[in-house]
Ligand binder design. Structure first.
Ligand SMILES: Cc1ncc(COP(=O)(O)O)c(C=O)c1O
Length: 418
């Protein structure tokens, strides 16, 4: 092998304005480049405890069990579902995009009896629709997505916790794409489990999934306790229910590793833990409410710019995520050619979508480190230039002017920035 043909990693400069991943905050990258320490070093276990405390604040919860699953957001989802669903359990999934289907798919692999309700992509559910389905299905779990990035819609969750409580249902939410960019009240909304990822509004790379688990869910997990041979002692007793059918994603074992017993499980992904810790520090220093308001400000400015350019926005505008916008690809415009030109001539990445929306919308994100005015303005100017070059004539400069006007109106208090 001629090793000289494999150069050092030197990725091109890109501004990532798609639905995630986004450019990581340089503070997070710096934290990740710190030297490793042993997994039982008091400094390391101290950092683990700090991570738990920091994410309790971001999740707005008092849940003791607030920690990281090593792996991308999907790892957090799998850990919750594998540990929460016993084979044969009924689950109800309100599906309003691709990631609802993902919950169904993972739940099926947990051998759940999966029930769904669906609305067309671009819409969300009314709480009454969910309650009617809960009454007829009588599930053990309600599995929801807060922000379904595929459609850019945000499902209101406030009232679902109360419905779950009244019907004795456990309540989970995949908040991967919405966490820290939109309001999420873990305790006030009665959530039993929430999972997320770093690569969206948290401003980090993918590869770590912060999760939080209610005391009620913890109790259910403990009933399925099963400790590996080789580390179990005479004091360890198995639970009275069937074990969790995954070793890596057994939340009971992971909690014993993160808890005072520090019972060996996986080797914690140290650099990712450093990243996750810095993501939370960045947000809490800014103030969680301010971070969410920043996502709304720049998301709204992007919206104003897109509409100012004469483009149509996808979906129910009353229920859109702050941090990702769906833009209808105008007739006669080749969506992929636009994305390619944005990437190769301007170094800006925007997204496409999946399934029924593939080739129909672009998705533009304003999140995490990239929820900034300069990112919004650069993206609008580039998109406008590319569209005009490729056949969609807009009034030149109208998009960026509209975004500027939005920023000015917020500064002058004419429209709300929150
Ligand atoms: C809502 C939602 N859930 C889950 C995922 C899967 O995340 P990951 O790719 O980090 O596993 C994504 C990724 O975009 C997402 O947007």
């Amino acid at each position: 092998m001629d090793i000289s043909t494999f150069g050092q990693i030197n990725p091109p400069n890109r501004l990532l304005m798609g639905p995630g991943p986004i450019n990581a905050d340089p503070r997070v990258l710096r934290a990740m480049s710190s030297q490793l320490i042993g997994q039982y070093d008091p400094a390391m276990t101290g950092y683990m405890n700090e991570v738990m405390a920091l994410y309790r604040a971001v999740y707005k919860t008092r849940n003791q069990w607030t920690f990281l699953i090593d792996g991308t957001s999907r790892a957090g989802i799998e850990a919750v579902l594998l540990s929460g669903i016993r084979p044969g359990d009924k689950v109800l999934v309100p599906v309003f995009g691709r990631f609802g289907h993902l919950l169904c798919e993972i739940a099926r692999r947990c051998r759940a009896e999966v029930h769904t309700i669906e609305v067309p992509w671009g819409e969300v559910f009314d709480p009454q629709q969910v309650e009617d389905a809960v009454k007829s299905v009588k599930p053990r779990w309600l599995l929801t997505v807060q922000g379904d990035t595929s459609t850019t819609m945000l499902q209101p969750l406030e009232q679902l916790g109360d419905i779950c409580r009244r019907h004795g249902v456990l309540f989970y939410c995949d908040a991967t794409a919405s966490f820290a960019g939109n309001v999420l009240e873990t305790d006030a909304w009665g959530l039993d489990a929430v999972s997320a990822g770093l690569q969206k509004c948290l401003g980090g790379p993918s590869g770590s999934s912060p999760v939080t688990i209610s005391p009620k869910f913890e109790e259910q997990i403990r009933r399925r306790k099963c400790i590996e041979e080789g580390i179990r002692t005479a004091d360890h007793a198995d639970g009275d229910e069937e074990m969790i059918y995954s070793n890596y994603f057994d939340l009971g074992m992971i909690m014993d590793y993160w808890g005072p017993e520090r019972l060996n499980h996986h080797t914690e992904a140290t650099s990712m833990l450093f990243a996750a810790r810095e993501c939370a520090r960045v947000i809490l220093e800014e103030g969680l409410d301010n971070t969410i308001a920043r996502h709304k400000l720049h998301g709204d400015a992007l919206l104003a710019g897109i509409q100012g350019m004469g483009l149509e926005v996808f979906g129910d505008l009353n229920h859109r995520m702050n941090n990702v916008l769906g833009v209808v690809i105008p007739p006669g415009v080749h969506g992929e050619q636009v994305r390619q030109t944005m990437l190769l001539d301007f170094g800006i990445e925007i997204g496409t979508s999946f399934g029924p929306l593939s080739g129909k919308i672009w998705r533009i994100g304003t999140m995490g480190y990239n929820a900034r005015k300069d990112c919004v303005m650069q993206t609008l100017v580039a998109l406008e230039a590319v569209l005009n070059r490729l056949g969609f004539a807009s009034k030149y400069g109208a998009g960026s002017q509209a975004a500027w006007d939005h920023y000015a109106a917020v500064t002058n208090g004419v429209v709300g920035g929150q």
